[in-house]
Design a protein around this ligand. Sequence first.
Ligand code: GAL
Length: 368
Amino acid sequence: MTTPFHRAAALGAAFVLGASVLSACGANEAQESGSGEGSGSGSGATIALLLPESKTTRYEAFDKPLFEAQVAELCSECEVLYYNADQDESRQAQQLTTALNDGADVVVLDPVNGAGATGMVSEAQGQDVPVIAYDRFIAGADYYMSFDNETVGRMQGEALVEAMGDEGDILMLNGAPSDPNAAQFKAGAHSVLDESGVTILEEYDNPDWSPENAQQWTNDQLSKYDASEIDGVYAANDGQAGGVVAALTGAGVSADELPPITGQDAEIAAIQRILAGEQAMTIYKPIPIEAETAAEVAVELATGEEVGETTDTGVTQSEYEGVASYIFDPIVVTQDNVADTVIADGFYSAEDICTGDYADDCEAAGIS
Ligand code: GAL
């Protein structure tokens, strides 16, 4: 059972571990983390966690440490084998084979390429190893868990239209076409934007979600359009929003003249930009519930326990494309509710956010 205290403790660990992993070692090597303390059943099972990339901060800073902490709590003798594919599909396939050779009893897989990962699912299932599709859907997986991705796109679109007063011209930057979530974010956003008074000047599918590509593409658009013609930007995630801000400010737009820009992931840099008025919104996906639900189902599968219809994390199973699924709710964050969302949840502390120049922005927003 996860108490708020345990969750806060796991989050504390997330920051420490996330920071050290990011700075200390390449993320693509398998790292074994046998769990230390804990009150679990002690079955000695092996769980493989395969994450897709490390340019988006969530994976190393939140998903990995939170998952490992929860496995440790639920199963004291379980071991987690961890891999990050750094956006390389064939490396991820290799990592799966290695994990199976090293005795994985269950695989938690966030695929670089959702459609391309069905072969990986068959490979694991062929060895009687069940697969949990983590955050991104894979047809044929045994379980799937994610946030409601179309709703994410709709929320982004609605916030942008509202911030623009339902008129004006925008640039649209979507996620990687290989990521099934990206298509869902895009469809959700289009369902709002296409019915609104907003016009999409240019649209781009960023092949790896990278801030660098987003910045480069926005720069390219600035050779066709004057910055003053861009009244808003739909960026599918915070990393890209950062690239857009860099391109626009690099082209001479001052920070307080930036148009409304969307985002996703509640990265700390995005929360700071929101408080400084440089980004209109982000989508906060409370990763603890996703990582802890994945850990719970993984431990149950690995130790031969029954998987709950309703998990200890409080989520009830549904079905998505024929796969037993757990779907979580995303939350919109704007200047008005930073305190009530990411800070109230302990995702970040005010001290994490209110550094340097942001101290004044925090004070203005009543955050201390
Ligand atoms: C998606 C994921 C998002 C985000 C994105 C890259 O698959 O759901 O949270 O990480 O990749 O930013």
